[in-house]
Design a protein around this ligand. Sequence first.
Ligand SMILES: [Zn+2]
Length: 90
Amino acid sequence: MEEEVRYCRRCGKKLATGVAFCTDCGTPVNGPLVNPQVPQQEDNPGDTAAKVAIGVFGSIVGVIILSIIGVIVFTALLLGACILGFSSLA
Ligand SMILES: [Zn+2]
C-alpha cells in the first residue's frame, strides 16, 4: 500500500495525496516546519534586546548593591576599629 494518509504537522488537517504543502495553512509536508515564505530566524530582536538590557541592568544593579554593602561593612569595621582603638588608648 503506497498511499498513506498524512496530516499537517501544524494544523492537523488531512493532506491530499501528492501535495507538497498543506492546503489549509501552507506548511510544507516534507520540509521543515517553518513556513518558507516567512523566515522565522529572528524572533523579535527587540524582545531579545530588552532581555539583554534587563540582564545587563540587573548585573549592574547587583554590582552596585554589592559595592554599597562592601563600603558600608568596610566603613563600619573601620569605624569600629577606630572607636575600639581610641577607647583602648584612652
Ligand atoms: Zn496545515
